[in-house]
Design a protein around this ligand. Structure first.
Ligand SMILES: Cc1ncc(COP(=O)(O)O)c(C=O)c1O
Length: 437
């Protein structure tokens, strides 16, 4: 057997590493951070960056939290892992706390409601949470004697993760194609397309999987009419309505669940990203009718709900559920939106604002032509931001995504807007100097 020569060795310059020994799926050049405090990160050369990406909407409480470190260290010393053949109080506490959450629309009438959820599967990543939800929907359909009801309805521009099931319900061709053939039985229709929904959904389906706001797919929120039809049609055909709240849940959009804002009443909610303060964790919450149909051996995993992760996740829930927390998120989000509206006046290539709460999108058009921007144009703006010391994200092909820590201070919000203004100025200049005559 012949072996190929080793790949080029890695090299580091200007705080960036080239060719690290990672598989290349994330690229081949990375900025190396060494520390973080609050909303700020520091690279290995000491340059500071304001973090408006939060590790893709994970670090909702910023960096360098001593309270997090203490909880993790204490639990690590006490009991780090049991497997799911056994359990522990941190794991039980987390499950009970999550199951007690309710999308508030369920109690809008003001009358006490039945507990919304009955059970939770604890896992390790967003993809795993969705994978679990899709399996549960199939199991539910089979056990209630609808073996033909195996189809899954998903939406154009959706993103549900990279494992085979979650990827099969993800729209983006670039992510799908290299791994095809994917899991069969998934159909896509337009997001918020009522006519297509009415024409497509029937009892051949076991699940509809949907993001209340499409996080990777352009930050379009679901309309209230669409949510109402999803509620009604899923109930009519007894199809499991799965809300992927992996990016939007746990306060990111200004309410505990984004579903509350459009009146969506899911049978299953998937959470992950910020759930355990930066440690890997996910939750798939199910209502009674589904809980009832899941039997021993149907699903499982070695690590999910691990006591260390669970202890920290309980602390995160304390923080998010504190009375003053969500109003604080809404206030700082409003400050950012007001600042961004002012920037739109300076920079005509900034289009509409999207998203909700602290998940904010801004359409980026070409500064020269004002035509819709491209992924390359967006990448160059993200790079300008990085050079100015501001970390931001992309969504879709032409949406700049801001997802700062939910604990962002008013001072840091203003600093972020000022850095963005500088980056937009450099970006606009660079576009005009490279514009074709
Ligand atoms: C809405 C949504 N669903 C699922 C996922 C997948 O989560 P993970 O990367 O933790 O597997 C993501 C990740 O960005 C997401 O934004």
């Amino acid at each position: 057997m012949t072996s190929k020569p080793n790949p080029a060795p890695f090299s580091i310059n200007n705080s960036h590493i080239h060719n690290p020994p990672f598989t290349k799926n994330y690229g081949d050049t990375f900025l190396i951070f060494k520390a973080g405090k609050g909303a700020w990160l520091q690279d290995i050369d000491g340059k500071k960056y304001l973090d408006f990406g939060s590790g893709i909407a994970v670090n909702s409480f910023g960096h360098g939290r001593k309270d997090f470190a203490k909880i993790v260290a204490t639990q690590m010393k006490t009991l780090a892992h049991t497997s799911n053949l056994f359990t522990s109080f941190p794991t039980l506490n987390l499950a009970a706390r999550l199951v007690a959450t309710t999308p508030l629309t369920a109690s809008e009438s003001g009358t006490p409601v039945e507990p919304y959820f009955a059970g939770v599967h604890l896992g390790n990543s967003g993809s795993e949470a969705n994978e679990t939800a899709l399996k549960y929907a199939r199991i539910y359909a089979k056990r209630k004697d609808n073996p033909n009801g195996h189809k899954i309805l998903a939406f154009k521009n959706s993103f549900h993760g990279r494992t085979m099931g979650a990827l099969s319900a993800t729209w983006t061709e670039k992510y799908r194609f290299p791994s095809e053939p994917l899991v069969p039985g998934v159909e896509f229709i337009g997001f918020n397309d009522l006519e297509a929904l009415n024409a497509t959904l029937n009892s051949d389906f076991c699940a509809v999987i949907v993001e209340p706001i499409q996080g990777e797919g352009g930050l379009c929120p679901m309309t209230r009419e669409f949510a109402a039809s999803l509620n009604q049609l899923c109930a009519k055909y007894d199809v499991c309505l799965i809300a992927d709240e992996i990016q939007t849940g746990l306060g990111r959009t200004g309410t505990f669940y984004a579903s509350e804002q459009m009146g969506l009443q899911p049978d299953i909610i998937c959470l992950a990203k910020p759930l355990a303060g930066g440690l890997p964790a996910s939750a798939t919450l199910v209502r009674q009718k589904i809980h009832h149909q899941i039997h021993a051996g149907d699903h499982g995993g070695t690590f999910g709900g691990n006591p260390v992760v669970a202890a920290l996740a309980c602390h995160i829930l304390n923080l998010v559920q504190a009375d003053s927390f969500l109003p604080g998120v809404q206030a700082i989000a409003q400050q950012l939106r007001t600042g961004l509206t002012a920037l739109q006046k300076h920079f005509p290539f900034l289009g509409a604002l999207r998203g909700a709460g602290m998940l904010i999108g801004i359409e980026i058009n070409h500064p020269g032509t004002l035509e819709s921007g491209s992924p390359e144009l967006l990448a160059s703006l993200i790079d300008c931001c990085k050079q100015q010391g501001l970390i931001v994200l992309r969504s879709g092909t032409n949406i700049l995504r801001l997802a700062p820590p939910l604990t962002l201070t008013a001072t840091d919000a203003d600093k972020g807007l000022a850095l963005l203004q500088k980056a937009l100025t450099v970006f606009a200049k660079s576009c005009s100097s490279t514009a074709k005559p």
